[in-house]
Ligand binder design. Structure first.
Ligand code: ADP
Ligand code: MG
Ligand code: MG
Length: 515
């Protein structure tokens, strides 16, 4: 039964999500420093065209504004629009060509031509812009303004930066809370690790590892790290807010267990893209299970909880029995050295569980001992009921191949093999990767897809822990503040950028832009 406490917590969260929510002092919080305060930054910032004008969202906007202000560069804007259009055309056609043989031969050559024009066009465009225009940009008021934004981006992050809402969930270490940036109104999920717990259980390396791996990633299929900071008692990672709940909730707690085939295929395809992104960065995930795959407002998924992820060095393998029993691959249980193959095993378990409404080696409601689970994973073959179509069964059994060298995804071509499996026939991966495929299910914005607040267990308090110099050093490594790209996107998405990025009359610089 829902208690008053839990209804109140949910109502507050739903209201905050509905929008607005900026503090009335937001303009003061985001006041530009005078340009003279950005001199250090101007001296030290790396003058890299790609990072400043393409990769960083606010940088890209200001560079575009600069080009628009120059008659000789205005064509650049139209060219860029045309290139986006070409890209879309090739992506759409690419899917058609995947489906019918006749059309394939008809459009293949023009398609190839278009795609290569697109690549060549983009290369030429940036080659041109990165020379003289980029040099001139750096002397313009637009770049001065960029430095002001950059200085704001580096403001210290603390408890007061956020408003806190209800508890969303708990895992082995972290309690995750809904929170909102006061200045912009943007909602995030804040994963808090108690300093006392971390120290008592010697998890400093693990905490730092999770933070550093998240920081390095930028994928629409993995949660983003927006901020990392410390308070007196906690280490905090501020992550993409995922309002739609985790896949475990959707498989098991929304009516009869399991999901429809179009949802299974869609989530599996997005997880597959997420894994490929991680593997390209030599990161092995190791914790694939429904509870760690989260849905956003629109019904797209992201991989979360990178606490067990590990960065691999070139060509080497790792060892270590980590993961969640029931989802661990046979080679992990067998204490062998392993690589990316374990994540493909995990994808097999996930597709199986989404389809059957139970994991592959455990009956509904059964709680076998760990030794029994291990035996089944290593020796038994999973069974396929009539919920499994031919393709679903085939992809599951290829991914759940006991021998890691023979497993789908584990060959040299890696994730590509998985994408090409007939199970994914109807997925256009290029469109999916560009975020242009509509999810088959959209979460209800008025529902809170998680366990009631009072049902989430409290952590016990730890006493008798004392902090010293080593701890302070570790905290300072953790406390890196805002993550550039995510922070800049937050300002653009919430409209704060548009409202604040005004210049003086007739395109002149505003007073705070004169050196
Ligand atoms: P742990 O490492 O301790 O397992 P997780 O990162 O898995 O912690 O988080 C615990 C729970 O908190 C998740 O199962 C989920 O319910 C919730 N949660 C985690 N991250 C988010 C997020 N970004 N948005 C919404 N809920 C989240
Ligand atoms: Mg977890
Ligand atoms: Mg974890």
């Amino acid at each position: 039964m829902e208690t008053i406490e839990s209804i109140a917590a949910n109502t507050a969260l739903v209201r905050a999500r509905e929008g607005g929510g900026r503090s009335w002092k937001w303009k003061e919080m985001l006041r530009f420093p005078h340009i003279s305060q950005c001199k250090d930054l101007a001296m030290n910032i790396e003058r890299d065209y790609y990072s400043l004008c393409v990769k960083q969202p606010i940088g890209k906007k200001l560079f575009q504004l600069f080009c628009r202000s120059r008659p000789d560069l205005q064509n650049y804007i139209s060219l860029q629009d045309a290139l986006v259009q070409t890209w879309l055309t090739t992506a759409t056609l690419a899917n058609v060509s995947k489906q019918t043989n006749k059309q394939k031969t008809l459009i293949f050559l023009p398609l190839l031509q278009l795609a290569s024009n697109h690549i060549q066009g983009t290369v030429d465009l940036h080659k041109y812009l990165s020379n003289e225009p980029f040099t001139q940009y750096q002397d313009s008021m637009f770049f001065a303004r960029f430095l002001q934004w950059k200085q704001l981006e580096r403001s210290p992050i603390m408890k007061q930066t956020f408003r806190q809402y209800r508890l969303l969930g708990k895992g082995g270490f972290g309690a995750v809370w809904a929170c909102q940036v006061r200045a912009t109104g943007k909602m995030y999920a804040c994963k808090k690790l108690e300093k006392t717990h971390v120290k008592k259980r010697k998890r400093e390396d693990m905490a730092l590892n999770e933070k550093e791996i998240l920081q390095e990633l930028d994928s629409r299929f993995v949660v983003n790290l927006a901020y990392a900071y410390e308070t007196k008692h906690n280490l905090c990672m501020v992550l993409t807010m995922m309002n739609g709940g985790d896949l475990g909730f959707h498989i098991h707690r929304m009516g009869s267990p399991g999901l429809t085939k179009d949802r299974v295929r869609f989530y599996a395809a997005e997880v597959c893209c997420g894994l490929i992104h991680l593997h390209q960065k030599s990161i092995l995930y190791r914790d694939l299970k429904p509870e760690n795959i989260l849905l956003d407002d629109n019904g797209h998924i992201r991989i979360s909880d990178l606490g067990l992820a590990v960065k691999m060095s070139e060509g080497s393998l790792v060892r270590g029995r980590v993961g969640t029993l029931g989802y661990m691959a046979p080679e992990v249980i067998g204490y062998e050295r392993y690589g990316m193959s374990v994540d493909w095993w995990g994808l097999g378990c996930l597709i199986y569980e989404m389809t059957a409404g139970r994991p592959p080696f455990r009956a509904k409601g059964e709680q076998p001992k760990s030794s029994e689970m291990e035996r089944r994973i290593q020796n038994e073959h999973e069974e396929y009921g009539n919920q499994f179509s031919k393709e679903t069964k085939d992809i599951c059994s290829s991914l759940l191949t006991k021998d890691p060298t023979k497993r789908l995804g584990s060959q040299k071509s890696g994730g590509k093999d998985v994408k090409f499996h007939p199970f994914f026939q109807e997925i256009n991966f290029r469109m999916l990767e560009a975020g242009r495929v509509d999810p088959p299910f959209k979460p209800d914005p008025s529902q809170v897809y998680c366990t009631d607040v009072q049902d989430i267990e409290e952590f016990s308090t730890v006493k008798g822990v004392h902090f010293d110099q080593t701890d302070s050093f570790f905290y300072s490594q953790f406390n890196t503040g805002s993550n550039s790209i995510i922070w800049q996107n937050e300002l653009i998405e919430t409209g704060c950028f548009e409202e604040l990025n005004v210049f003086g009359p007739k395109g002149s610089a505003s007073p705070d832009l004169d050196w």
